[in-house]
Ligand binder design. Structure first.
Ligand SMILES: [Zn+2]
Length: 198
């Protein structure tokens, strides 16, 4: 594609070309597209712009008109009109949708079962953000080929994620953790084991 063809393609893609009744095309100037227009005759390859009239070149306006012609004119000469329309829709909800309607039922159900709602609230967003954190930290893919290997690898990633969270909170909140090793051994053992050793 020559530079003039490329510029013609840009004009065809970004400007509105008008097909005159005599079959010529009205092509907007690229430098002043709302004021200056040139007339292109596709059959004689002539345009009214300086590039064509003075320089004798096959100009970008000719190429633009050619692109639009190929796109919009059917073999029998009919022109495909492309129009963009804006649709706007107004929705009004009647008052009784709230009073005694589904929303009111849901609202009261929420009020009476607040604990159950709050137990589930944020579950999904928590899951999503945990997945996201694990993927960012340990990568989005698994290296194992087998099904069991993949499951174990993912479980390990979550184990590591939990550990990093634990360490981060420990550092951020200034907590000095007590591990099992630090505790007196006897207190940590369940009563049954204690009886057996006694
Ligand atoms: Zn031209």
């Amino acid at each position: 594609m020559t530079p003039r063809e490329q510029r013609g393609l840009i004009i065809a893609a970004t400007c509105r070309l008008h097909r005159n009744d005599d079959g010529t095309w009205r092509v907007p100037s690229q430098t002043n597209p709302t004021v200056v227009f040139y007339t292109v005759n596709l059959e004689t390859k002539v345009c009214t712009c300086p590039d064509c009239t003075e320089g004798g070149f096959v100009c970008k306006h000719y190429h633009a008109a050619t692109f639009v012609h190929r796109r919009d004119v059917l073999p029998d000469g009919t022109v495909i009109e492309t129009k963009s329309i804006t649709l706007s829709e107004r929705k009004t909800y009647k008052q009784d949708w709230f009073v005694g309607g589904m929303l009111e039922k849901a609202f009261h159900y929420f009020q009476f079962n607040k604990d159950e709602y709050l137990n589930h609230y944020h579950l999904r967003s928590n899951v999503e953000s945990t997945f996201s954190a694990v993927k960012r930290k340990f990568g989005p893919d698994v290296m194992n080929r087998s099904e069991a290997g993949m499951v174990n690898e993912v479980l390990c990633k979550f184990l590591l994620h939990n550990l990093t969270c634990l360490i981060m909170e420990q550092e951020c909140l200034g907590i000095s953790p007590v591990f099992w090793k630090d505790e007196p051994q006897l207190e940590a053992l369940p009563p049954a084991v204690l009886n057996a050793t006694n």
